[in-house]
Design a protein around this ligand. Sequence first.
Ligand SMILES: [Zn+2]
Length: 326
Amino acid sequence: MKKSKARTRAALASTKLRTVTGVLSARSVKMAMAHEHMFTDFCPPDQDAYMDVNWSNKIGAAVESAAVLHALGVNLVVEWTNIGIGRNVLALRSVSRQSNVHFVCPTGIYKDLKSPVLANVSIAQMADHFVSELATGIDGTGIRAGFVKTSCNESGATRKEVGILRAAAIAAKQTGAALGFHGPEAKTTRNVVKIMEKEGFKLDRFVWAHAQVSTLDDNKRMADRGAFLQYDAIGAHTDQFFGGPTSDAAMLERLGQMVAGGYENQIMLSTDAAVCINPPEFQYDRDNAYLSRYFEQKLKQRIGARRTRKILRDNVVAAFRQPTKL
Ligand SMILES: [Zn+2]
């Protein structure tokens, strides 16, 4: 199912997004980044070191980074850090207030991490928790999640991860929220989609992150089923994580092929950089400003300004629009 032009345009005019500072009209969005991280913590969440950082320093660094994006014309960022990997919604709201960049943040648990949060609960209870974060607020605040983010081991979901994926699908279906999945492996992504569909979740609200790592054919097949795709290693220039095309030339070629195939309403771009990582030795070198500063111009030359705007704004708004049933 290729998403039609009319559908995207009509949706954009009246669409709203749920950000960490409240509801945002799509009309206010200039340019958007579909997959970024301000803070990420790779310490196991059951250890003392987890989230034990100098938060005023981290917030300062994130404000500086977000201000650079803002100066480049970006005022909406979808932040993909969820439970178990350093999500801090109060810090994110503070960054948003100080930079004037709007952030959408997720609910959902990152992989099977022995997170003390939701350790011994049923799938239904876990789904209820995700729903409450979408409908009411996170960590005792009124800050609500705008989508559900999931992931699992790249080679396939563990038993516990299957439970997390099912809970995520139930919550997304119940609320009408987008459901994003970290999917560097096409086969694993297809298996995960099967698990989600068994819960009644429909793929028109599915966002496949790291889709550039899979083949063009794999991308098209998933897009044919209505999913959104993210090419989120713009400016990475190496295959240090998952492989796949990362050079600008390779990314432009893939984008050109998808546009030529009629999928221009289903593609999003981002850098998947992380401004602050704990522990600091895990910090990786990727510049979230690269997309707007350098790649955007190359994209315009390749596919034109109108399609570039669609990919760098309209599609992000359509994919991450606020949960439709809340
Ligand atoms: Zn990410």
